[in-house]
Every structure is written in structure tokens, then in C-alpha cells.
Design a protein around this ligand. Structure first.
Ligand code: BDR
Ligand code: CA
Length: 310
């Protein structure tokens, strides 16, 4: 297991994103969180991130707003899975959001200017990749600024799930393509692997042990599982894709990877499909997840939750 990696989370909370925040705080040093429109509008993903951090007693972590919609397409949300405001049935205590003027790509650029060479920070992206794409286009020095970039998006080309099934790449296919084109040390954790790491429904009964964090997640997951249950092919279990992305950085030994140059179908009926890019020699290889050891993942997940035991 990686010794407590330093990470930055770029995300659209979102219910599995929220669980990913909790697990990342347990396993990693979280430098900051940037938010993007995706599961719900930016105003909610930004607010939700603050609300979740407050419950986790980590309001000191800086949160930044990013893009309020995809590069070129209108925003599509996932309210069926995440609820009208993004956290299902969870209603936060009244919280205060400090006014923040800087937006995410500019914040990253200032950070990159102050670091020398490749940083020790791993970026974990669990929403549409719009912030990252804007960052790469506006501030080219960001393209190789992170030690790794793990994106929960897409599916391994050639698998039965690879046709326009994954939300983050479908919502902003142009952004995903920019990331595959320009990003250094990119890892793609697709739903072909994330949907193997299913949580049995009966495990929800473990949550009350974990104090207010457990109660918050239980409220969210009661809503989420109405839609997500069965998504990975097992009616008695549900996927938590964004948490698996944290595992890919914290516990990479339980994954198998393969390097492939990738591109994304951006228009038409196959929009959002990730394909191998054989003719574009300029494309860097992306490390694509092939498989995961599921029992080890589930043990890691619940051990991560021990941080919150009441
Ligand atoms: C992705 O879509 C979103 O709804 C989830 O938060 C996750 O990031 C899975 O396709
Ligand atoms: Ca997400």
C-alpha cells in the first residue's frame, strides 16, 4: 500500500464522490478539492463539498469552484442517482461557503509555478474532466505537473461496457480527449473495473458504527442504491466508482494495468466511447485499469472507515 500519498481531488459530489472524500481523508493527505458541474450543477457540487467536509471535521481543506459546464456540450446531470441537489436524502446543517474568487485552473497554475519539476501530488478526478482540460489548454505547464492523474472515466476499449456507458466521459467527451492527448502519467479507471468492485447491499448495515460520517453516508446511499443497485450486474450489490479511483492511488497493488494510447469519440451515437488511438503517434500511453482484486478492495474500504468509528 502506498504510504499516505498526497492527493488533490477534482470532482462533482455526488454520492460516490462524497464517499471518496471520506476515504481519501482517511488514506491520503488531501491538499485541496476542486469542483465541477456533472452529477448536479456547479453551485451544488461546490456547496456539497463544503457540507461533506464539515461533517468529516475537515473544513480546513480548501475547496475551489471550477467549470460550470462541459467544454462544448450542454450539461447533462445524473439526478436519478444523486438526487436534485446531489446528496440524495442527506440534508446538511446550515453551512457557510466562503467567497472564493479564484477558479480551479488558475489556482493549479499558480501552484505549478511555485513547484519545481514534477510534484509529489497525485490528482484524482472523479467528475467530468472539464477543469483539467481547461487547465491543460490555458496553462500548458499543468500537463506534466502531477505525479499521476487518475481519472474515473470511460471503459477499456473492447469490453462490453465501452459503448458510451460511462457518465464522466459522456458528459464532456471533448475534455476527456484533451486529457488523453496532453496529460502525462494519466491512469484511466473505467467502469469495466469499477463495476467489478461492488459493495454488497447488506454492508450498508455497517455504516451506523461510523458516527456522523456513517449517518451521512447512510442517508445518501439509501437514495443512491435505489437506482445504483444492480448496476454492476449483481442485484444485491452496488458500485461506488469514485471510491475505487482513490484505491487506485492509495492501493495500486490490487489493480492490473495496461498502457494504451487513447482517444474519445466526441459526437454521434458512439459519443463518449473511449477507443485506442493507433495512428496518432503523438498520444502518450495511458495506464488503463484491467482488473481489481475485489476482496482486498472491500477490506481496504471498511478499514478506511475505521477513522470515523464513533
Ligand atoms: C461516474 O458518474 C457519476 O455519476 C459518478 O459520480 C461517477 O463519477 C460513474 O460513471
Ligand atoms: Ca463523480
Amino acid at each position: 500500500m502506498a504510504p499516505r500519498p498526497t492527493v488533490w481531488l477534482d470532482m462533482d459530489p455526488g454520492i460516490d464522490d462524497s464517499w471518496a472524500i471520506a476515504v481519501a481523508l482517511s488514506r491520503c493527505s488531501v491538499q485541496g478539492i476542486s469542483t465541477v458541474a456533472g452529477n448536479v450543477a456547479l453551485e451544488h457540487t461546490f456547496q456539497n463539498t463544503h457540507d461533506v467536509l464539515q461533517v468529516l471535521n475537515h473544513s480546513e481543506i480548501p475547496v475551489f469552484p471550477g467549470a460550470d459546464g462541459p467544454l462544448l456540450e450542454p450539461l447533462i446531470t445524473a439526478k436519478a442517482f444523486h438526487g436534485e441537489q446531489g446528496l440524495g436524502d442527506y440534508v446538511a446543517d446550515a453551512s457557510h461557503i466562503p467567497a472564493i474568487l479564484a477558479d480551479t485552473p488558475r489556482v493549479w497554475s499558480r501552484w505549478a509555478q511555485h513547484s519545481t519539476g514534477v510534484s509529489d501530488t497525485h490528482l484524482i478526478a472523479t467528475g467530468p474532466l472539464t477543469n483539467l482540460a481547461i487547465g491543460f489548454l490555458a496553462f500548458p505547464e499543468l500537463r506534466s505537473a502531477w505525479k499521476s492523474i487518475t481519472a474515473m472515466c470511460g471503459a477499456l476499449p473492447g469490453t462490453e461496457m465501452d459503448k458510451a456507458k460511462e457518465f464522466n466521459v459522456y458528459v464532456d467527451p471533448h475534455a476527456a480527449d484533451v486529457v488523453f492527448r496532453y496529460g502525462a502519467r494519466v491512469q484511466m479507471l473505467g467502469i469495466n473495473v469499477a463495476h467489478k468492485a461492488l459493495v454488497p447491499i447488506r454492508d450498508l448495515s455497517l455504516l451506523p458504527q461510523y458516527g456522523k460520517t456513517g449517518r451521512m453516508l447512510a442517508k445518501m446511499l439509501n437514495f443512491y442504491t435505489i437506482e445504483a443497485r444492480g448496476e454492476g450486474g449483481n442485484p444485491d450489490a452496488f458500485p461506488i466508482d469514485d471510491v475505487v479511483a482513490v484505491a487506485a492511488v492509495s492501493y495500486p497493488e490490487i489493480f492490473q494495468w495496461r498502457e494504451l494510447p487513447l482517444t474519445v469519440v466526441r459526437e454521434g451515437p458512439l459519443r463518449g466511447t473511449v477507443v485506442i488511438s493507433p495512428i496518432d503517434v503523438q498520444r502518450p500511453a495511458v495506464k488503463v485499469a484491467l482488473d481489481i482484486e475485489v476482496p482486498e478492495f472491500l477490506a481496504w474500504l471498511w478499514e478506511s472507515m475505521e477513522t470515523y468509528r464513533a
